[in-house]
Design a protein around this ligand. Structure first.
Ligand SMILES: Cc1ncc(COP(=O)(O)O)c(C=O)c1O
Length: 398
């Protein structure tokens, strides 16, 4: 390591923004090792990436439009990609046109930019409990305070939502939520729209997983329902194509979209123009729908393998969700057991997961853990759950 003259830790401290070190992150640093079965990340199956089609698409763009692809581009995004997203959303029941779509560098950037334009220091952000940890991270950079909203098996309890003058927004992942896997029912969605409209509460709907449905009937996004035109909708190509490409988007009412574009100018000028063109080209030369069908079939099998292994191997008193889609199963340990203590044991047995506390803003989730089922084939899933059950078997109740 290079010796430095400045005391950088003191410099960083002065900014008052030093992120807290995380015991969980330290424990999970082993997940890169090949002998560790990791249920920890939110990773797609790498063997299912359409690499050949993407290689051909990148190649064609560089052959036919290198000047455009390698040049600076417009901040709201490459027009044909905005048109493509508008068309994809039309099929999800969201009426919008290319002008309404702002392309972002992954949906994670969309969350960060929305935090910048909608929230400020000391404001409240209402979230589900548990909630997506990346959104908590993006929004906590705005120095907001989080309020966990009560929920039940149908999703957020819309009737219990409260707004004060300092409430910035409600953030929700209504379909195949990360981390719980739960989906808000249609009635609850309607009720949520009516309550938030009455309260004058802006809603950010994050929807990365709705295409990954393995059973049951699709539920329309909030943004697609009557009264949903004020909902700020965030989406991504990460889960249906590739997270490495970093393409997401925001659809928002015009004043919000304009501010998001201004914030994006300050963040990165624009999203990778080569990637934007390659995805348009990929979708022209390939059938994205049939690729999604392939993902659904493989992930359904993996979900079923994990559910079957949990039923067979976990001790009595353990409970888990049965998601109809998405990437995660949420497990609750028997009374008296703590997920963080289990993680230490599990790592010794070379299996990893994320403990539930990471997804809670109120110290909850101590008995819960999130398991990802898309990144391992069925036989490895079974082996991983067996290791987890063995770790739990050894654990003393707190
Ligand atoms: C709910 C949710 N939102 C946003 C993201 C960020 O995705 P990306 O930035 O790759 O589009 C994720 C990734 O796991 C997620 O689960």
């Amino acid at each position: 390591m290079v010796q430095t003259g400045l005391d950088w830790n003191a410099v960083l401290e002065r900014s008052g923004r030093a992120p807290r070190a995380s015991a969980i992150r330290d424990l999970l640093s082993v997940t890169e090792r090949p002998d560790v079965i990791s249920f920890a990340g939110g990773l797609p199956a790498p063997e299912l990436f359409p690499a050949a089609g993407l290689r051909a698409a990148f190649d064609a763009v560089l052959r036919e439009d290198a000047g455009g692809a390698l040049q600076y581009g417009p901040t709201p995004g490459h027009r044909p990609l905005r048109e493509l997203v508008a068309e994809l959303l039309g099929r999800r029941g969201i009426a919008c046109d290319a002008e309404d779509v702002v392309v972002t560098t992954g949906s994670q950037q969309a969350l960060d930019l929305l935090g910048r334009v909608l929230a400020g220091p000391g404001m409240e952000v209402l979230v589900e409990s548990p909630s997506y940890v990346g959104a908590l991270q993006a929004l906590s950079a705005r120095e907001v305070s989080f309020v966990a909203c009560p929920g039940d098996e149908h999703g957020l309890r819309a009737d219990l939502l409260r707004r004060s003058r300092g409430t910035a927004l409600l953030y929700t992942v209504p379909t195949f939520q990360n981390p719980s896997g739960g989906t808000m029912g249609l009635e609850r969605r309607r009720q949520l729209l009516s309550c938030t409209r009455d309260l004058g509460l802006p809603v950010v709907e994050d929807d990365p997983y709705s295409e990954l449905r393995y059973e049951g009937e699709p539920v329309p996004p909030l943004r697609g329902l009557p009264g949903g035109e004020d909902v700020v909708y965030v989406g991504t190509f990460s889960k249906v194509l590739s997270p490495g490409i970093r393409l997401g988007w925001v659809v928002a009412p015009r004043p919000v979209a304009t501010r998001v574009v201004l914030a994006k100018q300050g963040a990165d000028l624009h999203t990778d123009g080569l990637a934007q063109r390659a995805v348009v080209r990929f979708c022209r030369d390939n059938d994205l729908d049939s690729h999604v069908l392939t993902l659904r079939a493989a992930y359904r099998e993996r979900r079923d393998a994990m559910l079957a292994a949990l039923a067979e191997l976990m001790p009595a008193g353990t409970a888990w969700t049965r998601p109809e889609g998405g990437m995660f199963i949420w497990v609750t340990l028997p009374d008296g057991f703590e997920a963080l203590s289990l993680l230490a044991q599990a790592i010794e047995r070379r299996v990893a997961f994320v403990p539930g506390t990471a997804f809670h803003v109120d110290g909850g989730g101590t008995r819960s853990l999130r398991l990802n089922f898309t990144n391992s084939p069925p036989e490895r899933i079974r082996e991983g759950v067996a290791r987890l059950a063995a770790a739990l078997d050894r654990l003393e109740p707190a």
